[in-house]
Design a binder for this molecule. Structure first.
Ligand SMILES: Nc1ncnc2c1ncn2[C@@H]1O[C@H](COP(=O)(O)OP(=O)(O)O)[C@@H](O)[C@H]1O
Ligand SMILES: [Mg+2]
Length: 246
């Protein structure tokens, strides 16, 4: 049974179609990238999976269970974790408190266990040294790391990453990608929206390209990038970054 299954999912905001009968599934333990131009519906797709956005039609199943009637917090507790394109931590709380809240609310851990889970998530994300800093004092890379730590502290089985490498320097991208690859090696199922294609290529084994709410290409990453459909979507322009080794 696939871990995630979308069947005929459609969603529009007024006249803007953000999902047009989207059907795909993810097997447990796989890593899949998502590319597509701005406005393609990538973030909306994450919202539909995580429960932040309600679809008009179609179904989403997680581990064989329909998510249709479940709120975002309930989906999180089932194991759907996500990061947000624009990090919005609780600025006046410390980095540790942000992770702790995720462990207590998302993973339903209490007392000692919640502290251990929060700290372990910060360690995994490379933020342990900043545990006592106010989240509001963090720079962009650290905010991205905190997004990841908060998602991990909810004990996800599926991790949705929304442009976690966006806006970072090359070196920062390399650092963050190596963290994500470790999570992948631990068997976490990953769905990763990213414009930094070389980060995706070093990690994912499948790539989806979304345009106007439709999956226009799906398959082996390099083949997808070279496909006619993807070239058309990007109007013949280079798709952001040449794939270089990380
Ligand atoms: N809550 C909303 N209300 C109205 N329009 C929205 C909403 N969320 C997204 N959109 C619109 O839907 C389109 C797709 O947005 P989004 O899913 O964020 O795309 P992407 O992440 O691929 O850039 C955009 O045109 C955006 O303006
Ligand atoms: Mg987006």
């Amino acid at each position: 049974m696939p871990l995630l299954q979308l069947e005929g999912v459609s969603k529009r905001f007024g006249r803007v179609v953000v999902a047009d009968e989207i059907t795909f599934q993810l097997e447990e333990g796989t890593s899949t990238g998502v590319v597509g131009p701005n406005g393609a519906g990538k973030t909306s797709l994450f919202g539909i999976i995580s429960g932040d956005t309600k679809q008009d039609d179609g179904s989403v199943h997680f581990d064989g269970r329909s998510l249709g009637s479940l709120t975002a917090p309930a989906r999180c507790r089932l194991g759907v974790g996500r990061t947000y394109q624009i990090p919005q931590p609780f600025e006046h709380m410390t980095v540790f408190e942000n992770a702790l809240l995720a462990a207590q609310q998302g993973a339903r851990e209490h007392g000692h266990e919640s502290y251990e889970l929060a700290y372990a998530s910060l360690e995994r994300s490379g933020l342990a040294e900043l545990a006592n800093s106010p989240a509001g004092s963090l720079g962009l890379l650290q905010r991205k790391r905190l997004e990841l730590a908060r998602a991990l502290a909810t004990k996800p089985r599926l991790l949705l990453l929304d442009e976690i490498a966006g806006g970072l320097t090359d070196l920062e991208v390399v650092e963050l990608t190596s963290v994500i690859r470790e999570l992948q090696q631990d068997g976490l199922t990953i769905l990763w929206i990213e414009h930094v294609v070389r980060a995706l290529l070093s990690t994912v084994d499948r790539l989806l390209c979304l345009a106007n709410g439709e999956i226009v290409a799906d398959g082996e990453p390099r083949q997808v990038l070279a496909s006619e459909a993807v070239r058309r979507v990007y109007l013949g322009g280079a798709i952001i970054n040449e794939p270089t080794a990380i």
